[in-house]
Design a protein around this ligand. Structure first.
Ligand SMILES: *[C@@H]1O[C@H](CO)[C@@H](O)[C@H](O)[C@H]1NC(C)=O
Ligand SMILES: *[C@@H]1O[C@H](CO)[C@@H](O)[C@H](O)[C@H]1NC(C)=O
Length: 243
């Protein structure tokens, strides 16, 4: 989703760059903002249909996927089956403001519910072994992404570089209904509450950490993506005209 937003922003800014600049800057900023909002509507449809090499992500479906991880003492392996994620396309644009003078874009997107439903099997080992399986449902409700993209434009080459991409995610409510964490129903509910609280705190209380992490991850990725490609190349890739 983050990269979708970024691509829409890049396309709109690139478009403006190419155009003859006759309008006052503030008006132009507003018109680019609304272009971005329009592009996000296109993105929404592409998420639902998939396009070219990009698979459909709303809903995102996986029949079967094994996993394995270990950190020191702790290890787990297992598989998920019939995985479905819904809601990535259910965003509402709350804020989209392009400030051409300060070379930045402020945005806020809200997702009603991003949720997954799956069957799982897991084998956990950490001095003891534990096998669990069952169904699972998890949801992030009222999930909010508020952020700022700062960019620079090369004076001669007009090449765009992303300087930073800061996003603060927050979540209104987390729902976790994982079956079979415990054989005992009451204890199972408690364990799900622990999961809910852990996810809520991770998202809401570590926003600087999450934000810095995303910035360090996404900014170079986007600059790599733009790389030596021109904007028309990127448009070509998105519309499937090029590979
Ligand atoms: C899961 O998310 C979708 C899309 O946001 C929503 O329509 C659906 O109601 C959600 N499921 C539940 C059980 O809340
Ligand atoms: C929960 O685990 C028990 C024991 O492993 C198993 O018999 C049962 O089928 C599981 N429940 C579900 C819903 O998979």
């Amino acid at each position: 989703m983050k990269s979708f937003v970024l691509i829409a922003v890049l396309l709109a800014l690139g478009h403006c760059q190419a155009a003859e600049v006759a309008e006052p800057v503030a008006v132009e900023g507003r018109s680019i903002s609304s272009t971005i909002v329009d592009l996000l509507e296109v993105v929404r449809v592409l998420m639902e249909t998939g396009y070219g090499p990009m698979p459909k992500v709303a809903p995102l479906e996986m029949k079967h996927r094994p996993f394995k991880f270990s950190t020191g003492e702790f290890s787990a392996s297992g598989e998920i089956n019939d995985f479905v994620m819904e809601g990535l396309n259910g965003f509402e644009v709350i804020i989209m403001e392009v400030d051409l003078i300060r070379s930045r874009v402020d945005f806020e997107l809200n997702f009603g519910s991003i949720n997954i439903t799956t069957q799982y099997e897991v084998d956990v080992g950490s001095g003891y072994r534990m096998k669990r399986s069952g169904g699972a449902y998890m949801a992030l409700e009222d999930f909010n992404l508020k952020g700022r993209i700062s960019y620079s434009l090369g004076v001669i080459s007009k090449q765009m570089k992303i300087k930073s991409f800061l996003v603060n995610p927050t979540v209104g409510n987390v729902a976790s209904e994982i079956e079979n964490l415990s054989k005992y129903r009451i204890f199972n509910r408690k364990l799900n509450e622990v999961v809910e609280e852990f996810i809520t705190l991770t998202i809401n209380d570590n926003t600087d950490f999450v934000s810095n992490y995303l910035n360090e991850l996404v900014t170079p990725l986007c600059n790599d993506l733009i790389g030596d490609r021109s904007l028309s190349d990127i448009i070509g890739i998105i519309t499937g005209a090029k590979n």
